[in-house]
Design a protein around this ligand. Sequence first.
Ligand code: CA
Length: 388
Amino acid sequence: MRVRFGAATDIGRARGRNEDSYLVHEPLFAVADGMGGHRGGDVASSLAVAALRRAAESGNASWSLLIEEFQEANREVFERGNDQAELHGMGTTLTAVFLMDAEARIAHVGDSRAYLLRDGSLHLLTEDHTLVERMVQAGKLTRTEARHHPQRSILTRALGVEEDLPVDEVTLPLLAGDRLLLCTDGLTSMIDEDAIRDLLLGEPNSQAACEGLIDAANKAGGDDNITVVLLDVEEVAQAPTGQADTTTLTGAASEDRPNVFAKPQGKGGAAAEKPARRGPIRWRRPVAWGGAVLLVLLAGFFGVRTYAGHQWYVGDADGQVAIYNGIPSEIVGFKLSHVEEVTDLQTVQAERLQPWKGLESGITASSFQDAQAIVDQIRLDIGALGSS
Ligand code: CA
């Protein structure tokens, strides 16, 4: 296979630094979009891309090695985040293409995207791991509403935030003339798919097309960092060998059906949304949960990505004190939390005690362990009341 490629990244017009990273190292190409306070976002996306670069530079890069490197990158980012207080909670998206024989193999986590331009039509190859995408699939939002939703940056899956990482995998037989685009959400949140398609159709040069996409996103506001990698397939040596059922293109991508595959070949399924056991210290317990909701709303407003599975609180579940993962709120009817553990303590008993009066509305914890410590304290206090 012979490919030409271009790549470009830009800080955009609103951010103080660029937390995106990318890799072009034939046969491996990737984009990553970091999240986290301080330098967390930079560190997470750089670590993830560095792991893939190792695989590419080893000279024996293979598809299985790439998936292994996703897992290795996940461990590295996760461990670094747990070891360094200022990096707690960092994570990153990672979307990679590995070219092999006459195929593109795509591995994907988060809300960066891979697109295929073929015969004048743009096809989305990946599925966003975001709360709004889940709402779209449940019929609660249209795709157009999702694009402008203030909470569109809340990820349901990211690399580096939990020990197990389900990775979506897609295989696509390539044809000469195909253009594969990898991009972070700084592009897709600024310009729509018709504009991306038109720009790609209008600029045959790979590098110039990348720069044109970045200019367009900046002209539309440049609210976020923008990164694009474009592969132009010039020649494919052999006939495609991929399985037809995963690669059938269903005509032009539309607002209603942007994903040409019925389902990405994820390994995780439901496990994908499993909450992280260990959360970062985002805020201290005395901060009311209102602060947590505010953080999510602000994060949405500023387009900063957050990870709902990282928040914990102690609250009430049908009269029992319980530990929740998430935040005690909902967006358009979608609960942002679920019960992780129900205790044998009664809420009504705990609420008789001054410090635990707010239990019903939720007491924020910095981690699952912190939530358990709060429960232990409630237990002690109830015990002390009983014996006094
Ligand atoms: Ca971004």
